[in-house]
Design a protein around this ligand. Structure first.
Ligand SMILES: Cc1cc2nc3c(=O)[nH]c(=O)nc-3n(C[C@H](O)[C@H](O)[C@H](O)COP(=O)(O)OP(=O)(O)OC[C@H]3O[C@@H](n4cnc5c(N)ncnc54)[C@H](O)[C@@H]3O)c2cc1C
Length: 482
């Protein structure tokens, strides 16, 4: 099976007005691709047929929210599903919804909330699409409790490289169901997805904020609440070191039981959820990243983090109610905040580590980063559980996500540093997540996926996609030569 670049001859005959620069979300990478944005399954088939006639690879793309190169396909076709946004079926009695792949999380919650439902798994941004969520099998702040989104997908329609659309579920083609969800767009294109939503009784959620003085304390705060909380997430002040290493703030959130919100009919309305468009009612939030930019360096982040930590430590534990959107999509508060990282953009390194080794491993990752002078500006801790999907990042353990600024001068050192961190993670029996990855090399693959798992996935791809029609930069980077 070839994973090489598309032949030049095929490219030469493609229309130049379709050639676009397509960006990785973190803006540390981009690719020139011929982009098609169909609105129907037939339109998707047409693009596939065009690619086949020219011998070109097709990279699937939802909203392009993967931090790295997962939805880039340099010098090939980028099949962008973001215009396939129809809700195909909705039953407010059961909370089962079927949608096209370009339906976003924003569209989804806006559609269902007033009927008393909420997506069981949401990510830090609501910009992602259903297709992209299934492609990566995304997780939320409740990953240890409800698992990844695949655990809530009832069935998917998958368009194969042959052009055939097949329905997959736990009963129908279960192998393909478990391989394609989390299969990073390498087995086919989801053309519709059926999701079981979660019942909610209010548009509000109750949150407890708990400061933690270091790594150990943060783990303890999580452990004490795993049995009772609905969501848990830890913000880590990555600039703090020595005895303060890993200090931060944990948010534990609980759904309100029926009857606890006397204004439920109002709080469940989408209007009650929207994030404000200005800061303090004055500054348009679209401008905020410009103010953040001068602070997005070691000194600035140290200052902001220290202020945030000390303010929350002084306040101590406290409880408040917030809208679902306000709690879940904190990262959407400041539009385009990634631009504060400057022209080189950012990458994320998210390390998944088995429970027994997690605390020591995260201490080492943070400590090594300080010693190397390659310090992440944001750290987020979550708890996870194993799941049955073939190429899963899920395990009985924890994940620490770290955002690193990229500049032209530090890029090489940063990639070497991430490679070192990857060795620490694989030695601890850990895993990585393609949605967040930018730096993994092929030889690091074997370290965290057992060979049998990779072999099985590649055998299925070879059978369903003998010409390697589905390709991305990530695929070529990590599986190149396999
Ligand atoms: C600010 C921010 C916060 C985030 N927080 C989280 C988080 O909390 N948890 C988490 O798990 N992730 C998180 N992510 C990552 C994000 O959820 C994933 O990268 C997700 O896959 C992005 O969805 P997308 O629609 O943008 O897909 P893209 O990034 O465009 O594509 C993702 C993958 O899916 C494939 N794909 C896209 N559409 C289809 C389709 N129709 N059929 C088959 N394959 C397809 C693509 O080829 C690619 O491999 C976050 C990202 C950002 C930017």
């Amino acid at each position: 099976m070839s994973v090489g670049r598309s032949p030049t001859a095929g490219i030469a005959s493609l229309p130049m007005d379709r050639l676009e620069r397509v960006w990785a979300w973190g803006r540390a990478d981009s690719a020139m691709s011929w982009v098609w944005r169909p609105t129907t399954v037939d339109g998707v088939r047409d693009v596939l047929a065009l690619a086949a006639s020219r011998g070109l690879g097709v990279g699937l793309r939802g909203a392009g929210c993967s931090y790295g190169d997962a939805s880039l396909n340099a010098e090939g076709i980028s099949l962008d599903l973001s215009r396939m946004t129809r809700v195909l079926d909705w039953d407010p009695a059961t909370g089962v919804i079927r949608g096209e792949p370009g339906v976003t999380m924003r569209q989804l919650w806006q559609y269902v909330l007033e009927d008393g439902w909420w997506p069981p798994v949401v990510t830090g941004t609501m910009a992602i699409t259903l297709g992209g969520a299934a492609g990566m099998n995304v997780h939320g702040k409740n990953a240890w409790k409800l698992g990844p989104i695949g655990d809530h997908l009832r069935s998917v329609d998958l368009l194969l490289a042959s052009g055939e659309v097949v329905r997959c579920s736990r009963d129908e083609r279960p192998d393909l169901f478990h391989a394609a969800i989390g299969g990073f767009g390498m087995l086919g294109c989801f053309t519709s997805l059926e999701l079981q939503l979660e019942r909610v009784h209010s548009g509000l959620i109750e949150i407890e904020a708990i400061p933690a003085r270091g790594v150990r304390e943060m783990f303890e705060v999580f452990e004490e609440r795993l049995a009772t909380a609905d969501y848990l997430v830890g913000w880590v002040d990555t600039l703090a070191r020595d005895h303060r290493l890993g200090r931060g703030l944990v948010h534990a959130a609980h759904h309100l039981p029926a009857g606890a919100d006397r204004r439920a009919a109002q709080t469940l309305r989408p209007e009650h959820q929207e994030l404000p468009s200005t800061l303090f009612g004055v500054v348009p939030k679209s401008l905020m990243w410009r103010f953040m930019r001068p602070l997005t360096n070691h000194a600035g982040v140290r200052l902001v983090n220290a202020a945030k930590y000390h303010l929350s430590a002084r306040q101590g534990r406290f409880r408040y109610r917030q809208s679902h959107v306000g709690f879940h999509f904190l990262l959407d508060y400041v539009p385009d905040w990634k631009r504060a990282y400057g022209p080189g953009g950012l990458i994320q390194f998210q390390a998944f580590v088995p429970a027994a080794a997690a605390q020591a491993t995260y201490t080492e990752l943070l400590d090594r980063s300080h010693r190397a002078g390659v310090v992440p500006y944001l750290g987020v801790l979550k708890r996870h559980r194993p799941d049955p999907f073939w190429m899963t990042h899920g395990l009985d353990g924890w994940s620490l996500a770290m955002d690193f600024r990229v500049t032209r001068t530090t890029r090489g050192a940063l990639w070497r540093h991430c490679s070192e961190l990857a060795r620490v993670v694989t030695a601890a029996g850990g895993r990585f997540y393609y949605a967040k990855d930018s730096t993994l090399a092929p030889d690091e693959l074997g370290g965290y996926f057992d060979e049998e798992r990779v072999r099985r996935f590649l055998a299925l791809k070879r059978r369903l996609d003998p010409d390697t029609r589905w390709q991305t930069n990530l695929w070529r980077r990590v599986f190149g030569g396999r």
